[in-house]
Design a protein around this ligand. Structure first.
Ligand SMILES: C[S@@+](CC[C@H](N)C(=O)[O-])C[C@H]1O[C@@H](n2cnc3c(N)ncnc32)[C@H](O)[C@@H]1O
Length: 243
């Protein structure tokens, strides 16, 4: 999680910023409170039963989600803009299909309505044209499919960075292990509106609390995340049948 905030810029861009610390991210996210005991349990619950389903793991990182989804019986394909993340995913989940791809470009290898579930965990904040990216995710989803996404909780972004909560901007922050990351700061309303514009209906919106196991991992962060919306939030959205 962010430990230092910084300057403002116009766009995040397409530089694969996670590539240089992909191995360190894996080392951290495998068992960290924020990933293993906070984000993943909530997104997996929102995905529901994945047995026999095709799941597209968007911005799949090092394959931690893919590993769990395959263990639960899903057929997983995924992509990430970081080549090193894709190597790590392939090593971790040999049955998965992974490729280097940036969400800024269309998913031109995936047919319309061919995916049961799309998982988009902790990466929306890095995308400049989020409506275009979400439209592509809606296109590849089956009509009865669902998108599950998580993002930095906007209240947490605001508590760390101050200024106007409603002032959309790109910020630079240094995350937990000294990772320099550039991401969007947008209010919750903006994410809801972008999902609407892309043709989704929000079915559920969750503000995660850490799982009880997290208390042993980091008692202080556990207590803080039990009382403050300072971490992530998670949304399940479905294709709007009227559009
Ligand atoms: C915080 S990590 C999350 C990884 C994984 N979803 C997880 O939760 O374990 C963010 C990931 O998003 C990827 N990413 C960021 N912007 C992207 C983009 N425009 N297209 C594809 N991947 C992107 C990064 O390379 C990184 O692997």
């Amino acid at each position: 999680m962010p430990v230092q905030t910084g300057r403002m810029t116009d766009l995040v861009g397409t530089d694969p910023q996670y590539d240089v610390f992909a191995d360190d991210f894996l080392d951290h996210a495998e068992n960290s409170l924020h990933n293993a005991h906070y984000d993943r349990p909530f997104c997996l619950e929102l995905l529901g039963d994945v047995e026999g389903k095709t799941v597209l793991d968007v911005a799949c990182g090092p394959g931690l989600y893919a590993e769990e989804l395959v263990a639960r019986g899903a057929r997983v394909s995924g992509f990430d803009q970081s080549p090193r993340m894709i190597e790590l995913s392939g090593q971790r989940v040999p049955s998965g299909e992974f490729r280097v791809h940036d969400l800024a470009r269309p998913l031109d290898w995936i047919e319309d309505g061919s995916v049961d579930l799309v998982l988009f965990a902790l990466a929306l904040d890095y995308v400049d044209d989020r409506v275009a990216a979400l439209r592509e995710l809606r296109r590849v989803l089956r009509a009865d499919g669902a998108l599950v996404l998580s993002r930095l909780h906007p209240t947490g972004d605001w508590m760390r960075n101050g200024g106007s909560y409603f002032d959309e901007r790109v910020i630079d922050e240094v995350f937990s292990r000294g990772w320099q990351v550039r991401h969007w700061f947008v209010p919750l309303e903006k994410t809801c509106e972008e999902l609407h514009e892309a043709g989704f209906l929000i079915e559920r919106l969750r503000e995660p609390r850490p799982s009880p196991l997290a208390k042993d991992v980091n008692p202080e962060t556990y207590r803080r995340l039990c009382r403050e919306p300072a971490g992530f939030l998670a949304i399940r959205a479905v294709p709007d049948p009227r559009r």
